[in-house]
Design a protein around this ligand. Structure first.
Ligand SMILES: Nc1nc2c(ncn2[C@@H]2O[C@H](COP(=O)(O)OP(=O)(O)OP(=O)(O)O)[C@@H](O)[C@H]2O)c(=O)[nH]1
Ligand SMILES: [Mg+2]
Length: 367
């Protein structure tokens, strides 16, 4: 229990139970059972949906944070409240440009977002950053790093920065991030940036929730394309070779050229857009305006052809499908009969006492 407590995200409310733990142990994801009775009643007393909706609409950052905490909760009770909140706020969402940024650890994503975010704010935009860290057990503490790397941006009144908990289940993280995007839009943020470390599957997930997918790369020795899968390049709406500064400028330019050559032969998922590669330095800010120009051009082209809307509609359908799956699973594991029989079945499987398929069929046949 204490171990779980120590893994709670720091924005967890004082009165919350373990459902806010960011790395949820398997089997406890869908239960609110670990909330102590006193914590639960205390939380309910403080919950005021009207104040929360008004607060989000008024762009109150602390209430926006609270709203996100509510939708991130793994407890069923909070899930229902969170969904009601979303329904109320949905009509006020949708007007932003959603930008996903992914790349290997250390590519400079956070440094770039700090510079880019401030640059956008200078031009009158309001910027929200959601940082997902699906690999925190591997990369250890990059969320902490983000806080220091986006220090200026996080202090700016026109920004909102929020790390997303990593439950280890990418689907769960995706739902929460998608819903956080809607809340941020309802709060009036017009550029929403999603940062995530590229670990194979995460690129596809992020691509499925954003309008514009930016792949951040750095120039290395040798063949640039070796370390990166073709499938991931195909997902990109723009490739940015970062750290194009100092002695590295030439190498970065060469890498850009290689990516541009590769992109020339690849088919973008949308026929109306040709993805290209650019260089930039998140340190000096060089190249940032060209990146924004590219995003603006993308939005215009995709709007003109209707592909912008179409992509969002498809994303919503995908989201619906994955939520159906998640909900069916949730409901199943909530059933008392399943809870009763599951530990014994797991034990039997562990000891090799029962064929796996038979254990599954026994579990599924519980009423
Ligand atoms: N020279 C140079 N260094 C940079 C640039 N951008 C980032 N860095 C440095 O690269 C290191 C990693 O930067 P981050 O912004 O934390 O990288 P990240 O991609 O967010 O890393 P993770 O969140 O851990 O995946 C830091 O030491 C930065 O100072 C750049 O444009 N030029
Ligand atoms: Mg980072």
């Amino acid at each position: 229990m204490n171990q779980m407590d120590s893994r709670r995200p720091e924005w967890t409310p004082d009165d919350a139970g373990n459902e806010f733990a960011s790395r949820v142990v398997s089997g406890s994801t869908n239960t609110g059972g670990s909330v102590s009775h006193s914590a639960r009643t205390h939380h309910e007393r403080r919950y005021d949906p009207v104040a929360l909706i008004d607060g989000v609409r008024a762009s109150n950052r602390s209430l926006l944070s609270k709203a996100i905490t509510l939708i991130e909760s793994n407890s069923i009770k909070h899930f229902e409240k969170g969904q009601e909140l979303l329904q109320q706020l949905l009509p006020f969402s949708g007007a932003s440009i959603r930008i996903g940024i992914t790349g290997v650890p250390g590519a400079g994503k956070s440094t770039f977002i700090e510079k880019f975010g401030l640059w956008l704010i200078d031009r009158g935009f309001r910027v929200a950053v959601l940082a997902i860290d699906p690999s925190s057990s591997i990369s250890k503490g990059s969320i902490l790093g983000d806080k220091t790397r986006m220090e200026k941006l996080s202090r700016h009144p026109s920004s909102f920065i929020r790390p997303s908990p990593s439950s280890g289940i990418l689907g769960g993280v995706a739902r929460k991030t998608r819903e956080s995007i809607i809340l941020c839009e309802a709060a009036g943020y017009d550029v929403i940036i999603i940062e995530t470390v590229g670990v194979g599957q995460s690129e596809t997930t992020v691509r499925s929730m954003v309008d514009f997918f930016l792949l951040m790369q750095i120039a290395g020795a040798g063949d640039e394309l070796q370390g990166i899968k073709k499938g991931i390049i195909e997902l990109a709406d723009l490739i940015v070779v970062n750290k194009a500064d100092g002695d590295n400028i030439l190498k970065a330019e060469q890498a850009k050229q290689e990516y541009n050559n590769a992109l020339h032969y690849l088919r973008h998922s949308s026929t109306s857009w040709h993805a290209k590669a650019l260089t930039c330095s998140a340190l000096t800010g060089d190249g940032i305006s060209s990146i924004w120009d590219e995003i603006v051009a993308y939005k215009k082209t995709m709007n003109d052809t209707g592909a912008f809307k179409e992509r969002r509609v498809l994303q919503n359908l995908e989201w619906f499908d994955s939520l159906v799956k998640e909900s069916v699973l949730n409901r199943f594991y909530q059933k008392q009969t399943v809870k009763d029989i599951l530990p014994e079945l797991r034990q039997n499987v562990k000891q090799g006492k029962i064929p796996i398929a038979m254990a599954v069929s026994e579990l599924l046949s519980t009423q």
